[in-house]
Design a protein around this ligand. Structure first.
Ligand SMILES: [Zn+2]
Length: 325
């Protein structure tokens, strides 16, 4: 549990590393967000007190960053501060939020930002209820209420259109985002990644509820729906961006991945070349690429490459499909 001493230390000596970083240009944020959301989160604005019904909302669930979906607060930590802004006593994770000294408005305050995308959220004060004594005073428009899903997995197995389409039909999966990971220079564009020279792999980032589908089950689906034995290639797609890769976020996930690769190694004729690496950063793909398969089912590439993969997945992992599939 964080206390005021920790907050002061973060603001003075530096903030903890985030689990993931999301970087977009100002124009991209402006396009993605409603004007009020953009003003508050990207321009350090403040909404009017009592302007949101979120103050009176105390149902169980979680609150995520409106910009990048990173989980920031659990509803269990929400309390009625009477200030007119939604208030929490503790973040969902110690590294979810970053803290910065703020000397505007003639006061010394501690500003809070989403640690993943630097969205301005509000301020934190040392006058909250015990035991933490903290009051995170948040702008409601910087937050969005989400259900209990809270785990994230990142895999690459060739063209992300294919991988994304597979995971979208898995039960317990609430979101799948295509993008790039494990490369060199920050903020790659799709064009740059296509050259195969950025070091980036095309990956999917999967949000899932671990009570419904486990990390291991997701891994089994991943390993069963691409060819992990072809180095830097999937079918006709050739280049390092198409490499087979598992990006773990904890030692436990690394262990699960290594054990599974060991277990299935005999089922393939050639050696498995899948990389197992520590997750670092994730850059979302251009929006036109989101959910490509479901939006373009008649496009030739999808028919030839993606549909057979989904058919294979449906046969092998019938029990993991969402009820609406
Ligand atoms: Zn964020």
């Amino acid at each position: 549990m964080l206390t005021w001493n920790d907050i002061v230390k973060f603001a003075t000596d530096g903030n903890p590393e985030p689990d993931c970083e999301v970087r977009k240009s100002e124009d991209e944020w402006r396009e993605q967000l409603a004007p009020e959301q953009f003003h508050v989160t990207r321009k350090h604005g403040t909404e009017r007190a009592f302007s949101s019904g979120m103050c009176d909302l105390f149902e169980p669930g979680k609150y995520a960053c409106v910009c990048c979906d990173t989980l920031l607060f659990d509803a269990d930590e929400k309390f009625d501060s009477g200030t007119g802004w939604p208030s929490f006593t503790q973040p969902a994770k110690e590294n979810a939020i970053s803290y910065h000294g703020d000397n505007t408005m003639g006061m010394t305050r501690v500003e809070t930002l989403c640690n993943a995308c630097d969205a301005h959220l509000g301020h934190v004060f040392p006058d909250g209820p015990a035991p933490s004594g903290l009051r995170y005073c948040m702008n409601a428009v910087a937050l969005k209420k989400v259900e209990g899903t809270d785990a994230v997995a990142t895999f690459g197995g060739g063209c992300y259109w294919c991988t994304e389409a597979v995971f979208r039909s898995v039960k317990g999966v609430s979101g799948v985002q295509s993008g790039f990971s494990d490369g060199e220079a920050a903020g790659p564009t799709y064009k740059e990644v296509c050259t195969g020279e950025t070091g980036y792999a095309e990956v999917v980032q999967i949000n899932y509820d671990p009570k419904v589908v486990s990390y291991e089950e997701l891994l089994r689906i991943h390993m069963g729906t691409h060819d992990p034995t072809t180095l830097n290639a999937q079918g006709a797609d050739i280049g390092t961006q198409y490499r087979s890769i598992i990006l773990y976020r904890s030692d436990e996930e690394r262990q699960i991945a290594e054990n599974l690769l060991e277990e299935i190694s005999d089922t393939f004729e050639s050696d498995i070349v899948t990389e197992v690496k520590n997750f670092d950063e994730f850059y979302p793909a251009p929006e036109a690429h989101d959910d490509y398969y479901n939006r373009n089912p008649d496009q030739g590439y999808c028919q030839v490459v993606i549909s057979p993969k989904i058919a294979k997945f449906r046969r092998t992992f019938q029990y993991l499909l969402s009820p609406d599939e």
